[in-house]
Design a protein around this ligand. Sequence first.
Ligand code: NAP
Length: 320
Amino acid sequence: MKPKVFITRKVSEEITQKLGEVCEVEMWEEEDTPVPRDILEEKIKEVDGLLCLLTETIDKELLTQAKHLKVVSNMAVGYDNIDIEVANQQGVMVTNTPGILTETTADLTFALLMATARRIVEASDYLHQGEWKTWSPMQLTGQDVFGATIGIVGMGRIGEAVVKRAKGFGMDILYHNRSRKLETEKQYGVIYVELDHLLRESDFVVILTPYTSETKNLIAQRELALMKETAILINTARGGIVDEKALYQALKGNEIWAAGLDVFEKEPVSLQKQLLTLPNVVTLPHIGSASINTRIRMAQMAAVNLLNGLTNKSPVYSVV
Ligand code: NAP
């Protein structure tokens, strides 16, 4: 009998065909709407494999109902949407898609940094709203990127890819990480510092750690208060790493200069959110890995991980 799998969002025919050679495949056919929780609860009871996105919360309640489940293949590098401990206890393998999205996410991180520093969104709105009457010396002036100091919190795959871009912009590079990255220090001349030091010295603070119990609210009121008044915070990792209320206060009180956010504590972010009312915040709808090629490759890798997990081969990337 073929193993049963459920895919929680519409993927290409190429993927469903590939999986269909080995598995009985069911898919939530919507492209832009997440699978409702009650349907997921129903499906999880029947399937051997699940291919899901970060929009699905794979928690204890769900995992303990999954009597046949062998593999959860997450189409993302971050897996904070999955209760790894319970998956482990239940003997469920969890896989993710690291590496292939590294450069694309680093591109977006740098794009967000540039857009925030040079007020690109604000300037474009200014023009479209008919505000542009003349050229003025200090009109829409921002912060320099070239030659500035960047502080990277989380020197992993994406952190290192951001370093390569920062080198091209002649930046001084500080980093903070759970462990020292001696090879990266040697190769790129980046300097390891404690978090407080990084916050005090950096013109750009870029968050690139995973979201874990250790990194929840890693950047809160105290940390923001350490930053320069001219500093810019960029978060392309996960929303919960930065305390959004504290960030709003820091931005509103001009304690820091601006923020660029691709991720939020709760997604999709509410339009009522105070942070969205500030002109010095550039916000994006979690598009870090959103290039056509990368998203295709992520879906392919998630499918291979699922198949390999179900057929007892090593998955390309397994978390547990
Ligand atoms: P990675 O290679 O695992 O790098 C994460 C780095 O963070 C590691 O070097 C790790 O240190 C460090 N770290 C972990 N906990 C820490 C802590 N408490 N304090 C300081 N450093 C800590 O992951 P990646 O591929 O670069 O991805 C990073 C994160 O970006 C993902 O987890 C994901 O949530 C997010 N992401 C977002 C998007 C988007 O669309 N916006 C796209 C891709 C990824 P060790 O080496 O000591 O473990």
